[in-house]
Design a protein around this ligand. Structure first.
Ligand SMILES: C[S@@+](CC[C@H](N)C(=O)[O-])C[C@H]1O[C@@H](n2cnc3c(N)ncnc32)[C@H](O)[C@@H]1O
Length: 459
């Protein structure tokens, strides 16, 4: 069924949200979500799904353009699920990220009084991604690489992506050429057959070092050592070539088994945070590292300034990854403790502490919800807690344990406004009030929102 819709805002997933208009339509007045639209658009849609209170539609034609609509830079932007806001002017991307955060704080965080500061723009709106994960598929007998269509696992073949760091593509292209040359079989999600699943390139923007990775269902990929040597010889700055083995029938890209093919296990990066100096970081193949490095430096500055660390403070950095924020915080604090589930990241963090001559830190491996009580018993109560969990937010048990330890300030960094605000509401019930929130745009051209919230203990 076709219908006409007027778009008025965005859903939390970044789809245009509007209403069906036109007296002739059975759906007139119903809320409709249409990817690829912007507020102010009048559009012709194909109704794909009709529920009791809302519908979902596919954009057929823009009849009247909303004021924020702009030309996409990527030829496959309309078909690729990677960056679904390329058609929205950048100043309005920032405005809507602020709005999404404000609404989540109001509705989920039960904190309409919390000040939302203006979103911080990214220094680069294109070419910022330092890690690129490219799925492979076979089309008409040819191996193609690209990105998935929205809400699907069908690859849109694409030779390059405007979001990726300029150093990434040459490495992806060299790895793809090797996969084709060596005739490797490509993994088929439906049957579970075939070997190579993904090509991954990781760039350390501060040093220009690069890491290449193949994700395969087998550790015995014939000729993989030779492949790695050839890639290192042909692409400048490649310091590490790694094979990751993932045999699971899952959407998760990386498995748990690793093999070093050539070079070293890590790339090294340098990051400078205003007011906190420069640090070197070793980053292993499976470790988390913020994908927009330049904006990460700003994110860290905002989070660290919010902590107002003095030389008497003990700071807990919970979900600490390779120790980035922990080590920057250690420059001002008496002592810092990083807590991180991934053991390889903790190993990187310990090396990073040594590399930077930092000795007032400790890193503990384990799930925060499990190890926090013993960490408190060992290191004492923190004056400041930094939180930076994955999208799922905090495990329920974490919040009361932190509240009982009574830090004066909690600074919560999050890439998911819904879980952030759910957790803010719980902290508020237990006496920690959100003072302000700020979106820091880590992911231009996408609706993803990274935010920092400062919570203070009520007196
Ligand atoms: C968003 S990253 C933040 C890392 C770091 N703060 C940074 O900026 O690079 C979240 C980290 O939490 C870790 N993690 C996930 N679940 C965890 C848990 N239950 N307990 C502790 N760490 C966890 C992940 O391995 C990842 O390194």
């Amino acid at each position: 069924m076709r219908a006409r819709a007027e778009i008025r805002s965005f859903s939390h997933r970044g789809e245009g949200a509007g209403v069906v208009v036109g007296a002739g339509s059975d759906l007139s007045g119903i809320t409709v979500f249409v990817p690829g639209t912007v507020p102010g658009d009048l559009v012709e849609i194909q109704v794909l799904e009709k529920k009791r209170n809302y519908a979902r539609g596919k954009l057929l034609e823009v009849l009247r353009e909303g004021p924020g609509r702009t030309q996409e830079v990527c030829p496959v932007a309309a078909r690729c699920g990677g960056c679904s806001w390329q058609h929205l002017r950048y100043d309005l991307q920032l405005y809507w990220k602020e709005t999404i955060l404000r609404e989540a704080l109001h509705r989920i965080g039960k904190s309409p009084e919390c000040e939302v500061k203006a979103a911080v723009p990214s220094p680069k709106v294109l070419g910022y991604r330092n890690k690129v994960e490219v799925p492979l598929q076979v089309r008409q007998g040819k191996v193609v690489a690209g990105f998935y269509e929205p809400y699907s696992h069908r690859v849109v073949p694409s030779e390059e992506c405007p979001l990726e760091h300029p150093l990434a593509r040459e490495l992806v292209a060299a790895l793809l050429a090797q996969v084709r040359k060596r005739g490797y079989s490509i993994y088929d999600e439906k049957t579970g057959k075939g070997h190579v699943r993904h090509i991954v390139a990781r760039i350390a923007p501060g040093t220009g070092e690069r890491m290449g990775m193949l994700v395969s269902t087998t550790v015995r990929l014939p000729g993989a050592l030779e492949l790695a040597k050839e890639v290192m010889e042909s692409v400048q700055g490649v310091k590490s070539m790694v094979l990751n083995v993932n045999r699971e029938m899952t959407n998760v890209i990386l498995g748990n088994q690793w093999k070093l093919l050539a070079g070293r296990w890590y790339v090294e990066d340098v990051m400078s945070v205003a007011g906190a100096g420069s640090l070197r970081f070793r980053i292993g193949p499976g470790s988390f590292y913020q994908v927009n490095s330049e904006q990460a430096a700003t994110l860290y500055k905002i989070a660290l300034d919010a902590c107002e660390i003095s030389s008497a403070d003990v700071v807990y950095d919970v979900y600490s990854g390779i120790g980035t924020m922990t080590l920057f915080a250690s420059k001002k604090a008496r002592f810092c403790v990083g807590i991180e589930e991934a053991e390889r990241s903790v190993m990187d963090a310990k090396v990073n502490a040594r590399l930077n001559g930092v000795d007032n830190v400790a890193f503990v491996a384990g799930k925060a919800e499990r190890v926090l009580p013993s960490v408190l018993a060992r290191f004492g109560r923190p004056s400041v807690v930094l939180l930076d969990p994955p999208r799922a937010g905090l495990a329920e048990d974490v919040i009361p344990v932190i509240v009982r330890s009574s830090p004066r300030t909690i600074v919560y960094v999050s890439c998911n406004p819904s879980t952030l605000c759910r957790d803010v509401a719980r902290f508020k019930e237990l006496g920690y009030l959100p003072e302000w929130a700020i979106p820091v745009d880590m992911f231009p051209m996408t609706p993803h929102v990274e935010s920092v919230v400062k919570l203070k203990r009520s007196s």
